[in-house]
Design a protein around this ligand. Structure first.
Ligand SMILES: [Ca+2]
Ligand SMILES: [Ca+2]
Length: 161
């Protein structure tokens, strides 16, 4: 009986201090991870997230956008260097109507200047970018760009804590 009590107590304590699996970072009751082993298309990235019971990251606030930059997308400011990753935002179902993978619309957005521009009528998936993307260009600090969904990028997955 005593042993059972200890086991129950241990389980309760473990639940109260639930944290993310190894390699995942905690933010606002979610667990987040940058997958930077292999670049993938937007759909390939989402499929891989789902293998971990996750989905491409949903960014609902400036605080979360900043957390992602600080945690996953830091670049060497002294050089022409950049980081970019797929997010879960897409307008592939209806042009111009951007939604997250759970179908909710984007209330908070952080588009770069002149984005989304649906370049050549073929950009339906949103990336988050940090760094300098062309020689002499201004740094893009944590801004979003719609991009061709079949282009291959690293990506950030998110799941419940
Ligand atoms: Ca589009
Ligand atoms: Ca674009």
């Amino acid at each position: 009986m005593k042993l059972l009590g200890i086991i129950i107590l241990t389980v309760l304590v473990a639940n109260c201090t639930a944290e993310c699996d190894k390699g995942w970072k905690s933010f606002d009751s979610k667990c987040l991870k940058l997958f930077d082993d292999e670049k993938k298309s937007w759909q390939g990235a989402e499929d891989t997230c789902e293998e971990s019971d996750a989905y491409l990251v949903k960014i609902e606030s400036k605080a979360k956008n900043t957390f992602l930059l600080d945690t996953f997308l830091q670049f060497d400011k002294s050089e022409t260097d950049n980081r970019e990753a797929w997010t879960g935002l897409t307008d592939k179902e209806e042009e111009g109507k951007f939604v997250w993978t759970d179908g909710t619309s984007a209330n908070f957005t952080k588009w770069a200047d002149e984005q989304p521009n649906d370049e050549d009528g073929e950009q339906d998936c949103a990336e988050i970018a940090n760094g300098v993307f062309w020689p002499g260009g201004p740094p893009q600090i944590g801004v979003w760009n719609d991009f061709q969904c079949d282009r291959e990028l690293y990506y950030i997955c998110e799941k419940e804590q």
